[in-house]
Ligand binder design. Structure first.
Ligand SMILES: Nc1ncnc2c1ncn2[C@@H]1O[C@H](COP(=O)(O)OP(=O)(O)OP(=O)(O)O)[C@@H](O)[C@H]1O
Ligand SMILES: [Mg+2]
Length: 252
């Protein structure tokens, strides 16, 4: 579903991605790990051309993303939900208006159908009561969930999550992780999840990659990651895995 080959991007002297290759099969979930500032958000943004890479190829759903004209790109973007690192709601609109926005812009749905879809999505993230609230009235976790509902509202085939649980308490983080799993199961979505939260990572990943020095220095399954003898990986895991439950039944 997603295939990235030899992706490169620099900002001036700052080489951020330097030959990134990535393949995400249809319906599967890849988790991207890496230190802060290493280029994870840049990678996600390149996939939908919110940032234009310098060179490389990106294929999504059979389309060569970097060659698309703006109209074709907009068509493709409708198939892709993006949960941004900051919830990115419009502060001047209430929750209902925030959720209606993509539907009015990209679909021919009637007002009644729009309302039904909004309720469905709010129900999915467990926040029906937030319909008429303004973003300023919501907690960080609630904003994240509304952002989640909005990124799903066009029923995307692909979801890109940028640190979906960062800044949330462990209970809310677990809820968001559960939502990601629910989306995978219910809609068989193809997902790319950028996260520092190892509990989330190990719960949702079919495949894990570690970005370092502009490249993936590790690609493999969660088990391969845990068992790796690489010193850098071991350090990364030990600093990020302190709260990881030993009992598998406690991980979800
Ligand atoms: N639009 C931009 N213009 C110039 N430099 C940028 C731009 N966006 C990102 N960068 C730089 O690219 C590098 C990677 O940034 P990025 O946001 O991808 O990091 P990240 O891995 O997502 O970090 P974090 O975990 O803190 O979110 C940083 O050095 C950042 O300063
Ligand atoms: Mg980031």
């Amino acid at each position: 579903m997603i295939k990235v080959s030899n992706l490169n991007i620099s900002f001036g002297e700052n080489v951020v991605l330097n030959g990134v290759d990535l393949e995400v099969p249809n319906g599967s979930t890849i988790v991207v790990l890496g230190r802060s500032g290493i280029g994870k958000s840049v990678l996600l943004k390149c996939l939908v051309r919110l940032i234009e890479p310098d060179t490389g190829q990106i294929e999504i759903d059979g389309k060569s993303v970097l060659n698309l004209k703006i109209k074709e790109l907009n068509e493709l973007r409708k198939e892709i939900g993006f949960l941004f690192q900051s919830a990115a709601l419009y502060d001047s609109m209430n929750v209902e208006e925030n959720l209606a926005f993509p539907l009015k812009r990209h679909t021919e749905l009637s007002d009644k159908e729009i309302k039904t879809r909004i309720i469905e999505m709010l129900d999915m993230v467990g926040l029906q009561e937030a319909l008429k609230k303004m973003p300023t009235e919501l907690s960080g976790g609630m904003k994240k969930r509304i952002g989640f509902a909005r990124s799903l509202i066009l029923y995307p085939k692909i979801m890109l999550y940028d640190e979906p649980t960062t800044g949330l308490d462990p209970v809310t983080s677990k809820e968001i992780t559960r939502l990601i799993l629910k989306m995978q199961e219910r809609f068989k979505m193809t997902s790319v999840v950028v996260t520092h939260d190892m509990i989330c990572a190990l719960s949702v990943a079919d495949q894990i990659v570690m970005l370092e020095d502009g490249k993936f220095m590790f690609k493999g399954s969660t088990n391969e990651l845990i068992k790796s003898s690489d010193v850098f990986l071991k350090n990364f895991l030990s600093t990020n895995l302190e709260n990881y439950p030993k009992d598998p039944s406690e991980r979800r």
